[in-house]
Design a protein. Structure first.
Length: 252
């Protein structure tokens, strides 16, 4: 596993303190030896920690520093992750119109770089932004396309994010029972991977829990979540959807 992979995997596990230490060391070492790629990766790691801590101004400042390094080196590939953080800052700040513009630009950059998984990730983010903007049918299209890519291309780490997107869509459709079950499914899917949600998706999930629990009441909400936690992601989104039934499974 490379340093970059180790840093990102540690972040996904939720060990924020370790990421802060590792990223700070990487920035210092990279600056000392003239390694712009390492410096950008370290700054990106620190920016993600700031996002998780809801320190949006700090996250934006770190991302801008990383972007400046990448631009100075004339390396568009290094610009991609800092631009992703800036889109997340806009989303977490509630500036959804700007977030949409930044995610669309990130999709285009990742296409040019041939980074298909990042294209997929940014389309997921874009779908949730479209929901916030009230563009439900556009979001529905993006979410369905995302589901197809996950199973077609084997994006295992994206399985829990299918649950977040589907729960958000169900909530927008006012199907709060389904939304609660999908929240339960999502928690189980992250646990199965030994991961926690990315900061912007964690905020989405927290907001969904509050909204759906308020609509159902705590006891019913917890019972519905427990049903969803008994689903598998494949059972919920795999063959049933591929077969065109458009139905979620009955919980047991």
């Amino acid at each position: 596993m490379t340093n970059r992979q180790h840093l990102r995997a540690t972040f996904r596990r939720g060990d924020t303190d370790a990421v802060s230490r590792m990223a700070a060391v990487q920035v210092e070492r990279s600056q000392a030896v003239g390694d712009p790629a390492g410096e950008v990766e370290g700054l990106y790691g620190l920016a993600r920690v700031a996002l998780r801590n809801q320190q949006l101004d700090q996250a934006a400042e770190l991302a801008q520093r990383a972007l400046a390094v990448a631009q100075q080196e004339g390396m568009p590939r290094l610009e991609e992750r800092p631009r992703h953080v800036l889109a997340a800052v806009a989303r977490l700040s509630g500036d959804y119109a700007r977030a949409r513009d930044l995610y669309e630009a990130s999709v285009q950059l990742n296409r040019e770089l041939g980074q298909d998984e990042h294209v997929h990730s940014e389309y997921h983010n874009l779908a949730l932004v479209e929901l916030h903007l009230g563009n439900i049918e556009r979001a529905r299209q993006l979410i369905e396309e995302s589901r197809e890519r996950v199973f077609r291309d084997g994006y295992r780490d994206f399985l829990p994010y299918l649950g977040i997107a589907a729960a958000a869509l169900a909530s927008a459709d006012r199907d709060v029972q389904l939304a609660a079950r999908l929240i339960g499914l999502t928690g189980r899917a992250f646990a199965d991977l030994g991961q926690v949600p990315d900061p912007d998706d964690a905020r989405e999930l927290d907001a969904l829990r509050i909204c759906v629990e308020d609509a159902l009441g705590r006891d019913v909400f917890e019972a519905e979540c427990a049903i969803g936690a008994g689903w598998t992601v494949m059972r919920a989104f795999g063959r049933a959807w591929a077969g065109g039934t458009g139905r979620y499974p009955d919980g047991e």
